[in-house]
Design a protein around this ligand. Structure first.
Ligand code: ADP
Length: 591
């Protein structure tokens, strides 16, 4: 039930109780007052009538008209009763009917008058349908000395006045009730409005609307204090929420900027949040809050580890390999969130170690490859040297052959070491680029000058098809080295009588309006099988190991080219058809 209804009901109950009591009391008091008033009057009158009768009546016969006269003059009913209770005269009864009247000896006022000289009583009269007050007095002066004179007056007036007073009380009560109702309603509104205001205010705070106006100030002290306290609370909550929001956004910014996938759960293992990396990694598009990690991560080991951390409060580490579109490796670390010695949740971090693993594998492969590549020439050199030491030196022809072999393999070792050094220098970034503008023709001529003797040996023709005055922006030493490697390969993998072209062409790339130059080396060589095309830029990758070695190749040439182009932010590309020839191209920014 609402407060103001309760208040109105309480006021009404009190008012009805008070009015009813007042009603009852007044009713009673008025009646008592009226009866005593009428009784006093009748007493006075009966005393007078007694004197009158005793003075005027000489015989009993004269009593009847005298009693009638008393009744008429006083406006009451006068009755004279003898010692046996029989009515001798009655102002309202015909003298002939007197004998029909009942005996009055037992009537209380009569017996009282007879014993104490006077008596009174009030009774309800069925005949008159009203209450009648009787007052009697002994009249020893007349008759046999036992006569009693009684005066009676109906209390009709009293009832009438009682009714009037009762009506007045009812009207006043109803008016009072209405007024009280209005007053109760008004006061209840007066009290409940600030409370309703306070409820509205608290609801606003609960739903986060903290910037609303402050509470209306109430004139009641207690409600005024309540309003002030609530307003203080709102300000404090606003400050706290401000701080929490700031911290939350900071945390979100930190979590978003972290490249590791992060997952936070509550104490029963339900997800509270995950950062963007997590959502991207596990392809989550729907809301993740409230779900279990296994639903998203789909790895029982991770779920078990989170459960274990939540149970024991200990950090757990595990390896995770995912192979969706490509294989990825993660170091997963699960740590508990402790709050007052309780485990309040867990944080899982997925460290992506795919690249680390790849680099580790490359390093291992590289070491294995280098060792393998070095072993062959070293074994050969050692074998030749031992043979020579064992006496072959004496045989001039054999010793020349072995020395030549030692020389060839030493060259190979030298090439290999040079290539490895170049590669590691470019790769480590230890070689800063010296970018400048260079005429491409000069660079080509310089490289072709170095390579031409080798080409001549294999009866290969080299043709240069470039426009004059084409200039490019690059580190010319490195680009010359890249071009040398491409030309060297073209010479190595093109059979005798073949042809090699060096050509440049302009092209535009995307939105970029800067002229770009493609420097291409085309040959009529053996070509590259499609299946190997992707891998020829890897270190030590060779389509035909035997042939490459025979040609003095190290398997590092194209790898060096790729690294040089990467360092320039440019690229190397290849088109090839097995048995027909290959085209290798370098992209360069023109001027
Ligand atoms: P290598 O020292 O073996 O030449 P590279 O890294 O320069 O090593 O080349 C890798 C492999 O690519 C070579 O072993 C060869 O099989 C293939 N290759 C490179 N250039 C050509 C070419 N112009 N024609 C055919 N095959 C080529």
């Amino acid at each position: 039930m609402r407060l103001h209804w309760k208040w109105i009901l309480a006021c009404l109950s009190v008012l009805i109780l008070v009015l009813a009591s007042a009603h009852l009391y007044l009713d009673h008091a008025i009646r008592d007052f009226w009866i005593s008033h009428v009784e006093q009057r009748l007493l006075r009158e009966v005393r007078f009538a007694r004197v009158y009768l005793s003075d005027m009546a000489n015989t009993d016969e004269e009593l009847v008209p005298l009693v009638n006269e008393v009744g008429v003059r006083l406006g009451v009913r006068a009755t004279l009763i003898n010692g046996q209770g029989r009515v001798l005269a009655d102002s309202e009864t015909d003298p002939y009917d007197l004998s029909a009247l009942e005996n009055h000896a037992d009537h209380p006022e009569i017996s009282a008058a007879r014993q104490q000289g006077r008596g009174s009583n009030s009774r309800y009269s069925n005949t008159l349908d009203t209450e009648i007050l009787y007052v009697a007095t002994a009249v020893p002066e007349i008759g046999d000395g036992h006569y009693v004179l009684r005066l009676a007056l109906p209390l009709r007036d009293m009832e009438h006045i009682g009714q009037l007073i009762s009506q007045a009380i009812w009207i006043v009560s109803i008016l009072g009730l209405c007024l009280a109702l209005l007053l109760a309603y008004g006061t209840s509104r007066y009290i409940s409005r600030p409370i309703l205001d306070a409820i509205w205010f608290v609801k606003n705070i609960a739903s986060g609307r903290l910037k609303h106006r402050t509470l209306r100030v109430s004139s009641t002290r207690e409600l005024h204090d309540l309003g002030t306290a609530l307003d203080d609370m709102r300000r404090q909550v606003q400050t706290h929420i401000g701080q929490i929001t700031l911290e939350k956004s900071r945390l979100e910014a930190v979590l978003t900027s972290i490249t590791e996938a992060i997952l936070v759960t509550d104490q029963i293992g339900r997800i509270l949040m995950g950062n963007q990396t997590f959502e991207k990694l596990f392809g989550v598009s729907d809301a993740i809050e409230g779900r279990m990690p296994i639903e998203l991560v789909r790895h029982r080991d991770v779920q078990n580890a989170i459960d274990q951390t939540l149970k024991t409060g200990q950090a757990v580490f595990l390896d995770l390999t995912r192979s969706d579109d490509r294989e990825r490796h993660f170091d997963v670390q699960i740590a508990p969130i402790l709050q007052d010695d309780h485990i309040a949740g867990s944080v899982t971090i997925f460290y992506d170690i795919t690249e680390l693993r790849r680099l580790e594998r490359i390093r291992k492969d590289f070491v294995a490859n280098v060792s393998h590549e070095l072993r062959t020439p070293l074994t050969t050199i050692k074998g030749c040297a031992s043979t020579l030491a064992d006496g072959a030196l004496d045989d001039r022809e054999t010793s020349q052959r072995f020395v030549k072999m030692i020389n060839t393999h030493a060259d190979r070792l030298h090439n290999l070491v040079e290539d490895i050094l170049d590669l590691s220098r470019i790769e480590s970034g230890a070689l800063p680029l010296e970018i400048g503008v260079y005429p491409i023709r000069e660079m080509i001529n310089s490289v072709v000058g170095q390579i031409r003797p080798l080409a001549k040996e294999k009866t290969l023709t080299i043709e240069i098809n470039t426009k004059e005055n084409v200039q490019v922006q690059c580190d010319h030493k490195l680009i010359e080295q890249a071009l040398f490697n491409l030309l060297d390969n073209a010479v190595k993998y093109t059979p005798e009588e073949g042809k090699i072209w060096i050509q440049t062409r302009d092209f535009k790339h995307g939105e970029n309006t800067q002229t770009r130059i493609a420097l291409e080396v085309k040959d009529t060589g053996i070509g590259i099988p499609l299946s190997d095309m992707d891998r020829i830029f890897e270190r030590f990758y060779r389509v035909d190991k035997g042939r490459s070695r025979a040609m003095g190749g190290t398997g590092l040439g194209l790898s060096i080219v790729r690294h040089i182009m990467d360092a320039h932010g440019e690229r190397v590309y290849v088109e090839s058809e097995q048995g027909k020839g290959s085209t290798f191209g370098l992209t360069l920014p023109g001027v």
